[in-house]
Write a protein that binds this ligand. Structure first.
Ligand SMILES: C[S@@+](CC[C@H](N)C(=O)[O-])C[C@H]1O[C@@H](n2cnc3c(N)ncnc32)[C@H](O)[C@@H]1O
Length: 250
């Protein structure tokens, strides 16, 4: 075991055996303990993104937000496991510098053993680069960070704390900034299936899709262009059944 636990964070074992953390500040776990931390990263973010972007040789990925680094590491793990030739450029903002510094003591899953040195480089330098990978960790506010980009990202892992806990990263205005930062065929992956979240994207022109499978609870994929890989959510029907539901706003 290790020294990760602090006044603000404690490590918790999740259903797939991998550890996640509980945030006392947000009163929320960093991952679904029921789906499992590693499983959640793979099934709700990495697999759906790469299913859609399977033919790409280079991807710019926005990882909102870095947290314990699972989505970034799971992406690198997936690329190595599949011997992919795709170059990944991953950009991830994170507000909590103390959390980042404490990651050296976190118990990462065995699957990350060969790549967790990347986390140590990120803690020290904020950036990691090799021939097939570039990762930038930005310490600061994601809302400000995403405004620096225009027509750049292919994939967004939308993995903030829940809309009720951290609403500023789920509003209609936030997704408008995300849309501007992304290429027109970009895909957003998220664990949230709530109607206000989907409306915040829908009202920015996104099509919403259901990401479902045996290993995890339902999740959402969003895209401005039509996708064949996932089942479309009938938003007109959902809105007509829930006329009073509105997207979160700034
Ligand atoms: C659910 S956790 C992310 C989990 C992460 N994707 C992973 O796989 O480990 C949400 C993270 O968002 C960070 N956060 C909250 N508000 C933020 C903001 N405005 N800008 C950047 N990071 C923020 C929190 O500190 C926390 O680490």
């Amino acid at each position: 075991m290790n020294n990760f636990n602090t006044d603000l964070h404690t490590m918790t074992k999740s259903a797939d055996g991998s550890y996640t953390a509980y945030s006392k500040e947000y009163d929320e776990h960093y991952h679904s303990t029921k789906d499992g931390a590693l499983n959640e990263s793979l099934y709700k973010h990495v697999y759906p993104a790469f299913k859609i972007k399977k033919d790409f040789q280079e991807l710019n990925i926005l990882d909102i937000c870095f947290g314990l680094g699972f989505n970034t590491l799971a992406t690198i793990y997936y690329l190595k496991q599949t011997s992919s030739t795709c170059r990944a450029n991953i950009y991830s903002p994170e507000l909590d510098e103390d959390l980042i510094n404490s990651l050296k003591d976190f118990s990462f899953p065995a699957e990350f053993e060969d790549i967790k040195h990347i986390i140590f480089t990120l803690i020290q330098d904020g950036v990691y680069s090799d021939t097939s990978l570039h990762v930038e960790l930005f310490l600061g506010d994601a809302r400000e960070y995403i405004k620096k980009f225009d027509d750049f990202f292919d994939v967004v892992y939308q993995d903030a704390f829940s809309p009720s806990t951290n609403p500023i990263l789920w509003t209609k205005e936030y997704f408008a900034d995300i849309k501007k930062a992304c290429k027109s065929d970009a895909v957003i992956t998220t664990y949230s299936t709530s109607l206000p979240t989907r409306l915040a994207m829908y009202e920015n022109g996104y099509n919403l899709y259901i990401n479902s499978g045996e290993n995890f609870r339902k999740a959402t994929v969003a895209s401005l262009v039509e996708l064949d890989e996932f089942e479309l959510v009938n938003m007109k029907h959902k809105i007509s059944c829930n006329p009073d539901t509105k997207p979160l706003r700034d």
